[in-house]
Design a protein around this ligand. Structure first.
Ligand SMILES: [Zn+2]
Length: 263
């Protein structure tokens, strides 16, 4: 069994339990915010992607509208040219001139037709882009509304928990400083475990497994502990560490006593 050497073991154990209880309380307070911060972050990412996409769509729409305008302007002057040619055709003096004007007229009319086809094709594309833009704008409005709702819920919880969080953090800082002063190595070890373990539970009361003839197990990973350790833990004069998960183990009644005495 792994044990940690320190002086005034019972005092250190009490301090470690107190520190863990404060962290457990802080964790519970922070849990009230639940998944909201992550959800808001995700919505922000979605909104940013949509804003970007909408900018790109607007740019493409502007470009197509510009192309359509240019084609209309071009057709206006081509139609002027067409009517001039039609008048000229009535007044030509010879066959050679007639063919020349007629060829020019044909080409002008073909260009007008081609331009009209291009306009129709571009309008079709424009419509598709506008529909996509409208759909994305609608989606963006929905996301922004949802985001505002969640932000409001989060700030309501934050207003409620801020004071508790601040108080708990102050108590944690004070106790941490004290423990570090008493046994720097022990404090660092606790901190390392706390940062690496799930929910920051570096210290756990042992759990009694009634279905296993009252055997005790680590309260973190539920590995069964040797029977003699069960008795040693009640003595409260050694710091034991779970061999499987590295959590500091304490007698359950001891943990309850210390926790109950804390304001
Ligand atoms: Zn364990």
């Amino acid at each position: 069994m792994i044990t940690l050497e320190t002086s005034a073991v019972q005092d250190r154990l009490v301090e470690l339990i107190q520190l863990q209880v404060l962290y457990n309380r802080l964790h519970a307070v922070q849990q009230k915010k639940g998944d909201l911060p992550r959800q808001i972050e995700e919505l922000q990412d979605q909104a940013a992607a949509l804003v970007h996409s909408l900018q790109e769509l607007s740019r493409q729409i502007d470009q197509i509208e510009g192309e359509i305008r240019t084609l209309h302007v071009s057709n206006d002057s081509l139609r002027d040219h067409e009517s001039k040619l039609q008048k000229t055709l009535m007044a030509v003096r010879n066959e050679q001139e007639y063919y020349k004007v007629e060829a020019d007229l044909k080409e002008t009319q073909l260009t007008i037709e081609k331009n009209l086809k291009d306009i129709a094709r571009l309008k079709h594309r424009l419509e598709a882009f506008q529909q996509r833009k409208a759909a994305e704008e609608e989606r963006l409005r929905e996301i922004q509304a949802l985001m505002a709702e969640k932000e409001e819920a989060l700030s309501a919880i934050s207003r409620e928990t801020h004071k508790q969080e601040t108080e708990l953090k102050e108590r944690i800082d004070k106790l941490s400083a004290y423990l570090a002063q008493q046994d720097e190595r022990l404090f660092r070890l606790f901190e390392r475990r706390r940062r690496s373990l799930r929910e920051g539970r570096a210290l756990v009361p042992v759990a009694t497994l009634t279905e296993k003839e009252e055997r005790v197990a680590c309260g973190g990973c539920y590995t069964l502990l040797p029977r003699q350790l069960q008795w040693q833990l009640t003595q409260r004069n050694t710091i034991f560490v779970c061999e499987s998960c590295g959590r500091i183990l304490v007698d359950a009644a001891f943990f309850e006593e210390v926790a109950a005495a804390m304001p």
